[in-house]
Ligand binder design. Structure first.
Ligand code: ARG
Length: 466
């Protein structure tokens, strides 16, 4: 077992089981890069401010860079007996460069160190998931552009309600994911504060320069209170909440994909590479990816609840409970990334069965509102028009007809306002094209939505480059 860096006060080695229980290296090792970059900035500042000798600072930085490249090349393996990534790097440094390594932890505690590492790590990961969600939105825009005129039934209560287009339906999801991108970026903004210098809880007596470290590590600003700096985990919770909402949206789309794949709907067909078969039923083609995404949504919610519950009773400042933050927020991130990245090619390769969508739209009287609106345009009050149309629908149901096939005499029996042009007014394409208000399903209106979303993404990309 590696000798503990805090061994001084203790007369015995820690029990092996306790050591395993206490250890976090199995899951915090993934922050090695951030840990080392943070230490490099800290050591640089210690040298610049004269807290340690410049030459020693230089040696520490060289040593840390060597450790980083050896980890990345696979030459250096993590020691599972090390308590955590912070102890591992420090112990390795001292082994490599000797006494100078023992000066790295001057004016620092693992409490502010871990608060720094996790912020840096999550900032980086949030960028990655954001990029994936952007690709997802672009994918939706791409498919929507090809289906501006693909009529399908729009639903409420899962009952056919009014005609829309497949493009319009998909662009609703694009809006949701756009808001998810906004939430991820808000969460990033609030975690962009550099906590180093908070020490264990009460800062330090050394004349440190926190702003120098802040600038070296590319943070927006420094944290303002040392107790808060080490004990805040809001940013883990906020990121997990943003990821939970993202998963909720992805799960709703998954649910629709699952429905659309069923024989009852058959609106789409997934590519063979993104579906699975059954071990017993030879005819089956199952939408497992969408189902797993829907299932994994519960897991991400669980991560959020883990974090909220873990934090709710903690007195200030650091408590070891907070070590539990990592597995939860890492799992939420890993799961969301995996789901979004699998979802994109599944969407890109799915076949849209336009005919089936149109056939479904042609049944279910989804043009009944348009029939009532026709009468309103002829001067009737909407409530009267609504009642007349309701009766027409009942007649159609009794006689196995649709509003399109019901003879004009039958229409006229209920209102003289009906004329031959009613058939044009209730054509599905006319119903869709007529809804040409901003946000509506008419092809021109949806085209505007797509342009808006694509422009917004491009603008953000430009801002990020700058
Ligand atoms: N592995 C610990 C964590 O993740 C690092 C901080 C340890 N601090 C302490 N006072 N024991 O929270």
């Amino acid at each position: 077992m590696a000798k503990k860096l805090w061994a001084g006060r203790f007369s015995k080695e820690v029990d092996e089981k306790v050591n395993d229980f206490n250890s976090s290296i199995s899951f915090d090792a993934r922050m090695y890069r951030q840990d080392i970059e943070g230490s490099i900035a800290h050591a640089g500042m210690l040298g610049e401010t004269g807290i340690i000798d410049k030459e020693e600072s230089r040696k520490i930085i060289e040593g840390l860079k060597g450790i980083l490249s050896d980890i990345e090349s696979g030459k250096l393996q993590f020691d599972p007996c090390a308590e955590d990534i912070h102890m591992f790097v420090e112990a390795e440094l001292t082994e490599r460069i000797g006494d100078a390594g023992k000066r790295l932890h001057t004016a620092r505690s693992r409490n502010d160190q871990v608060a720094l590492d996790i912020r840096m790590y999550l900032k980086h990961e949030a960028k990655e998931i954001t990029a994936l969600v952007k690709e997802l939105v672009k994918t939706l825009c791409g498919i929507a552009s090809e289906h501006l005129e693909t009529v399908m039934p729009g639903y409420t209560h899962l009952q056919r309600a009014q005609p829309i287009t497949f493009a319009h339906h998909l662009m609703a999801y694009a809006q949701m994911f756009l808001r998810d991108i906004g939430r991820l970026s808000d969460a990033c903004g609030r975690m962009d504060f550099m906590p180093l210098g908070s020490g264990a809880l009460a800062s330090t007596t050394y004349p440190i320069d926190r702003r120098m470290v802040c600038e070296a590590l590319g943070f927006e600003d420094i944290t303002q209170n040392s107790l808060d700096g080490v004990s805040d985990r809001d940013f883990c919770i906020e990121l997990s909440a943003a990821l939970s909402i993202l998963m909720m949206h992805l799960s709703r789309l998954s649910e629709e994909i699952i429905l659309w794949c069923s024989w009852e709907f058959k609106f789409i067909e997934l590519d063979d590479a993104y579906a699975t078969g059954s071990s017993i039923m030879p005819q089956k083609k199952n939408p497992d990816i969408a189902e797993l995404v829907r299932g994994k949504t519960g897991r991400v919610y669980g991560d959020l609840i883990t974090l909220l519950t873990m934090m709710k009773g903690l007195p200030l400042a650091y408590n070891k409970d907070m070590q539990e933050d990592k597995e939860a927020v890492f799992d939420a991130l890993d799961t969301a990334k995996l789901c979004v990245s699998t979802f994109i090619p599944m969407l890109k390769t799915m076949k849209v069965l336009k005919e089936n969508m149109r056939n479904a739209a042609a049944r279910g009287f989804i043009n009944a509102t348009d029939c009532a609106d026709y009468l309103v345009k002829k001067g009737l009050a909407f409530r009267d028009a609504y009642k007349i149309t309701g009766r027409l629908v009942a007649i159609c149901i009794d006689n196995g007809l649709t509003l399109e096939t019901l003879p004009l005499e039958e229409y006229k029996k209920l209102s003289h306002a009906f004329e031959g042009d009613v058939y044009d007014a209730i054509k599905l394409e006319a119903c869709v094209n007529g809804r040409n208000v901003p946000g509506g399903p008419a092809p021109d209106a949806v085209k505007m939505q797509i342009d808006f979303v694509m422009k917004k993404l491009q603008k953000e990309e430009k801002e990020n480059e700058a």
